[in-house]
Design a protein around this ligand. Structure first.
Ligand code: AMP
Ligand code: MG
Length: 397
């Protein structure tokens, strides 16, 4: 049986980075740039006032107070029409261009209007021009975003600033979600004897949405090879198929056999992790298939640990597995299992550390208690004292 880290390595080794595709700017967030982006302008594009105040010649404010005639008013969006001459100034608002010759903007708080209509400059800070110079942030033609950058809202703002209505990112995988089990009924139904509501289709669709990838719900397959086969075959048309349930050693767990019949190469079918031991991973060509154990907690833990990094790899992330958090155990933890335990825990900040406190659950079906956790602490077999430093996976998704 392979370890969780080995399983992750296998998955990331098989997950292909998808080809680049051009998308409208608004759709790029969460993607990874497949091109370097250069600025089409100097930024700022003109010498710009950083304050509401008066643009003046530096030489006019070396001796104070100084009274200056206001020759022009420049709100944001206006273009100056005059070059400043000695003894004059221009009223400028934040974001407005400053007139030619101006060396300083005096904030309005450091001025007063005198009876003859001129402006009296009371203070001038020689260390602060309050002018953002054209091109001081970026020169026209310079690279503002390197290829490989993850596009967050701040990158979207940069792209907008340099005039990019469309941008090339790596394509996102299209995912199919398939639940399995005779006992499953829809969310809208009241379960009869022996029935339970289908939680996994909803939670997996939500996880994909948070991961920023489109996902289709292929419904529920019965525990019967022909229905499973038809639905899995449809799912194999997508980049990634996620099946939940039907992967254990039970008599009705047909998923691995059906996958093999359909030409899927199985790379592993058990992982030394708790929960998540009967996790299946296979490929057919460039397509990935995950068979996640059906217990709702196991489904989400294996999604978080194995599927999400695979999706990120396909989307072009240089760091597909999100960085774990270092946490400190609030109390002693013992794992008698021979598997790595993904222990649900709450986190609280104390003395500059993240203190992790185990969340008690009744096992892998107990989604209600599991949902109280902030993170999964990776606990190797054995005893760990309070204060031990371990890594934890957070739930950004
Ligand atoms: P399985 O992996 O199919 O053996 O299922 C393990 C447990 O998870 C069983 O108790 C199932 O009823 C439950 N289960 C399987 N699929 C789902 C699902 N989609 N939603 C909620 N529980 C499920
Ligand atoms: Mg089942």
């Amino acid at each position: 049986m392979i370890t969780p880290d080995e399983a992750l390595e296998v998955v990331l080794g098989k997950a292909p980075r998808l080809p680049a595709a051009e998308v409208p700017l608004a759709e790029a967030v969460g993607g990874v740039l497949a091109e370097a982006v250069a600025s089409d302008l100097d930024l700022p594009p003109f010498d710009k006032s950083a304050m509401d105040g008066y643009a003046v010649l530096a030489a006019d404010v070396t001796r104070l107070p100084a009274d200056l005639a206001v020759v022009e008013e420049l709100p944001a969006g206006a273009a100056p029409t005059q070059t400043l001459r000695p003894g004059t100034c221009a009223k400028t608002m934040t974001g407005a261009p400053v007139p030619r010759g101006a060396g300083v903007v005096i904030p309005v708080e450091d001025t007063q209007v005198v009876p003859d209509g001129r402006v009296r400059i009371l203070h001038a800070d020689p260390a602060r021009s309050n002018i953002c110079l054209r091109g001081e942030d970026v020169r026209q033609g310079a690279t503002v975003l390197a290829a490989g950058r993850v596009v967050r809202p701040q990158e979207i703002g940069v792209l907008a600033s340099v005039g990019r209505e469309r941008v090339t990112i790596y394509r996102r995988p299209r995912v199919a979600i398939l639940a399995t089990g005779e006992e499953l009924v829809p969310v809208s139904a009241v379960p009869g004897p022996g029935e339970i509501r289908n939680a996994n289709s909803s939670s997996l669709l939500a996880a994909c949405r948070r991961a920023g990838v489109p996902a289709d719900d292929l419904g529920v397959a019965r525990d019967e090879p022909s229905d499973l086969r038809a639905r899995i075959a449809a799912g194999l048309e997508r980049d990634v198929l996620i099946v939940s349930g039907g992967v254990s050693m039970g008599e009705w767990d047909f998923v691995p056999g059906v996958l093999q019949d359909l030409g899927v190469a199985i790379h592993f079918a058990t992982v030394r992790m708790k929960p998540g031991k009967p996790t299946v991973f296979g490929t057919r060509g460039e397509r990935l298939v995950f068979g996640l154990p059906g217990n709702p907690v196991s489904t989400l833990v294996t999604f978080r640990f194995l599927v999400w990094p695979a999706l990120r790899k396909m989307m072009g992330y240089a760091e597909p597995a999100p960085r774990p958090l270092e946490v400190v155990l609030a109390g002693p933890v013992t794992s008698r299992d021979d598997r790595t335990w993904f222990m649900p825990a709450t986190l609280r900040r104390e003395a500059g550390e993240w203190l992790a406190e185990a969340v008690a659950t009744h096992g892998p079906a107990d989604l209600v208690n599991f949902s109280k956790a902030d993170a999964l602490v990776v606990v190797e077999p054995g005893s760990h004292p309070a204060g031990a430093r371990l890594r934890a996976l957070t739930f950004e998704i």
